[in-house]
Design a protein around this ligand. Sequence first.
Ligand code: MRU
Length: 387
Amino acid sequence: MAGLQAIRYSRGKLEVLDQLRLPHEHHYDEVNTAEEAFDSIKSMRVRGAPAIAIVAALAHAVELHNGACTATAPEDVISHIDARLDYLKGSRPTAVDLSNAIAVLKVAIRAAQIEGLAHPESRDAILNAYFQAAENILEKDLQNNTSIGSHGATWLQQQYNAGPARKISVLTHCNTGSLATSGHGTALGIIRTLHTSGLLEHAYCTETRPYNQGSRLTSFELVFEGIPSTLITDSMAGALFALHRERMNIGAVIVGADRVVRNGDTANKIGTYSLAVLARHHGVKFVVAAPTTSIDLETETGAGIKIEERKKEELTQISGAVVNSDGTVDPSRTARVAIADQTIGVWNPAFDVTPHELIDAIVTEKGTVVKGANGEFDFRQVLPERW
Ligand code: MRU
């Protein structure tokens, strides 16, 4: 799996795979400061809701480890950490994992401060509490994803009475795999688990315009894992369902989430909403895979979610490796090319919101949540402590 590890960490050292260079080149950037993490996240060298949170938390751990905080009084250490985390929070606004991680980190350092009151060494206790809480976020994410994989595969297996003689095919959008997380992935984690359980016939992945997380990253992961798969453009999903749903036995669309709010409305990569409408029209189950770190119980409905808008060049230009005349790819020669009039006005929202009415199940690490008789999702069963 080392080839698909987005985040490499040991205490004092953080390396992040530059996803802008994938699939042609594997290059890890060292991330030593909050500023470098901010830049990696904003420029999408690292992306995906869980990975963003992990990189931000660990980058601050690295700078603390390297002596970035010179304060000695516990309250000054707390203020220093708070300020750095608040700065990192501004890197990308839609995914809630980063805000949730920051809240967890702030609670952990305050608990250490209270425990260490009146002890001269409490500065170290606060820093240690920070390191442990940040490293825990990394470890917990991997466990969460493995659990999501098995809960999701079990739910789908039950819906379709799937088995070795009756496998199902699925469609996924964007990239929710090892590259978007600490490993295994969320929606792609379910696909991985279906595959290893012998229940997967075929995985379709969308190109995911404009940033191409599907064609650049998901297709790369699917091929790397040896999962039978096919790439389509976003605009082909309707035709795939209409022409081939029966023949290709497409059982579900499985996507990730950047923020699931209290009523189940879900922000995810732009294009997710269109897929949900198509899925409902064609009687295909629509499944969201989201760790509880992607759930925001403070926001009541999708109308309250801030949607990030990105620069126009993501639509009007594209980059990639040069293809030789014999069809081989030369990874050492990359080019950025214009694919539209450079003066056209552009609207580039990075995410959209799928209303909960269109979602059949939300798979978390603590179990699969479905709507009750009232048509509402109730997250009490997976998040009793935050309800
Ligand atoms: O803009 P991105 O690439 O960060 O968007 C990623 C997505 O929308 C993913 O589906 C989501 O973050 C879940 S990743 C497990």
